[in-house]
Design a binder for this molecule. Structure first.
Ligand code: NAD
Length: 492
């Protein structure tokens, strides 16, 4: 059986404890590999290596252009190995090969974009109000970054952190999810080949308590870039506050996908299906609350259910498959328990609601695409993130009520608006409290466009130019060009 070691200071190493944990293939439900079970000693080794690489040695001596070239080269190597990386993630995570091929072929763009940005971060000369001084600013890297990722899209979520962090000049300790560490450990083989000095990128694998906590509380870590649940994000934010570490928190969502009666219904049905059943609903931006205007509700639900029924489930390695397994057994149990919650709350089951017993699903953790109608926004099934293929359909009367329902929730990550009225599209995009509003589309992302949450969906932004500033801090430099030093007891 394949065993994956951690990557610390340029070497693949076993955990200090010598222990391993199992990683499962969600399609078979069986163990397929083992991963080194890291702990506080491994975290300390990795952070010390990252700190040393940040403060001394070749990385700290590179020009911004040289750094950018390395980040760019890493993108080239990912493109070269895209198929291998995609297959590794399918095996470990159960994501569809068709989706992963697209994703891993797109990931290099984050490294090209931020690699290109590395030598375009300019300070300013401040036109001071005081004579006799020259004042300018510099944007300097924060230091050691802890990059902690969720299980649902390990490589993409890592790229969103690693590319800007390295371009900014930081060094990084990565902690992938204990459920899906393999693709990160395969990816990290490219770091040395790209030419990064040892210690610049490290990976410590293991559980949240054993690795995540010591990493977030380590005094030499200056920033935590986290993707995961709001509960863990809150805990990390509290730990980070004790030593004033910076945080970027990309958390959960319960995004409204809102369809007005003037929308192109065929497109909107496609958008609704892709919003909740793509990636088996295991995406932070899942359009898990479908808000339908009363006048089109019944027709829309009928079309939606007939399209969702055609979804081909089965082996995620087959490019024909459209809905794959749930990635982890605990998540499979959680999704089923939310289906019970919805039933008990009185929602009407319009489709699915059971584990998938189709022969092509074998022993894997599959759940039928599930649609609940008659949901009201105060139900738990409307307010809590399920993170699976479960859709809650909610009726609304008019624009005002749609906005009220959309915003009456603690999350604010994604949102969709389907309408042919441009004025309404703009009004809705102004009123919805979410980091992303898609109009007549859903689930589009780009390395150029900022991504992040309002409210409990997170802090900070990934992608786009502003993302690199989240790994930088500003220094103001004052030079006396002839001012009298004057009275030492008053502020100049
Ligand atoms: P999770 O919070 O359980 O785990 C995320 C990571 O944090 C894992 O690596 C885990 O080991 C680690 N961790 C756990 N406890 C920790 C602790 N005390 N200290 C430090 N690290 C700790 O989340 P998950 O189940 O892996 O991921 C699903 C969640 O991620 C969903 O809520 C989803 O919406 C969210 N997500 C958000 C985005 C986004 O960009 N906003 C993207 C993908 C997933």
């Amino acid at each position: 059986m394949e065993q994956f070691k951690m990557y610390i200071d340029g070497d693949f190493v076993e955990a200090a404890s010598g222990e391993w944990f199992d990683s499962f293939d969600p399609f078979t439900g069986k163990v397929w590999s083992q991963v080194a079970a890291g702990g506080p000693a491994d975290v300390d080794r990795a952070v010390q290596a990252a700190h040393k690489a940040f403060t001394s040695g070749p990385w700290s001596e590179l020009t911004a252009s040289q750094r950018g070239m390395l980040v760019h080269r890493l993108g080239d190597l990912i493109a070269r190995d895209a198929q291998k990386l995609a297959e590794m993630e399918v095996q470990d995570n159960g994501k569809l090969l068709a989706e992963m091929q697209g994703q891993v072929n797109y990931v290099p763009q984050w490294f090209y974009y931020f690699g290109g940005l590395a030598d375009k971060i300019e300070g300013s000369v401040i036109p001071l109000d005081k004579k006799g001084y020259f004042n300018f600013t510099r944007h300097e890297p924060l230091g050691v970054v802890a990059a902690i990722t969720a299980w649902n899209s390990p490589l993409l979520l890592l790229a969103w952190k690693l590319a800007p962090a390295l371009a900014a000049g930081c060094t990084v300790v990565i902690k992938p999810s204990e459920f899906t560490s393999a693709s990160t450990l395969e990816f990290v083989k490219l770091i040395k080949e790209a030419g990064f000095p040892d210690g610049v990128v490290n990976v410590v694998t293991g559980y949240g308590k054993d690795v995540g906590e010591p990493l977030t509380s380590h005094p030499l870590v200056r920033k935590i870039a986290f993707t995961g649940s709001d509960a863990t994000g809150r805990a990390i934010n509290q730990i980070a506050a004790k030593s004033f570490k910076r945080v970027t928190l990309e958390l959960g969502g319960k995004s409204p996908n809102i369809v007005f009666d003037d929308a192109n219904l065929e497109d909107a049905v496609n958008g609704a299906v892709s919003g909740i059943f793509a990636a088996t609903g295991q995406t932070c931006i899942a359009g898990s609350r479908l808000l339908l205007q009363e006048s089109i509700h019944d027709e829309f639900v009928e079309k939606l259910v007939s399209l969702a029924k055609t979804a081909r489930m089965g082996n995620p390695m087959s490019t024909e498959t459209q809905v794959g397994p749930i990635t982890t057994k605990p998540q499979y149990d959680k999704v089923l328990s939310y289906i019970d919650v919805a039933k008990n709350e009185g929602a009407n089951l319009a489709l699915g609601g059971t584990p998938a017993s189709r022969p092509e699903c074998g022993e894997g953790w599959f759940i039928e695409p599930t649609v609940f109608t008659g949901v009201t926004n105060d139900m738990r099934i409307a307010q809590e993130e399920v993170f699976g293929p479960v859709l809650s359909v909610i009726k609304f009367k008019d624009e005002e009520e749609a906005v009220k329902i959309a915003n009456d929730i603690r999350f604010g990550l994604g949102s969709g608006v389907w309408t042919s009225d441009i004025g309404r599209a703009i009004r809705m995009s102004e009123k919805i409290q979410a980091g992303t509003v898609w109009v007549n589309t859903y689930r589009a992302v780009s390395y150029m466009s900022p991504f992040g949450g309002y409210k409990d969906s997170g802090v900070g932004r990934e992608s786009g130019i502003e993302a690199i500033y989240q790994y930088l801090q500003t220094k103001s430099v004052w030079i006396n060009t002839g001012a009298k030093t004057g009275n030492p007891f008053v502020l100049k």
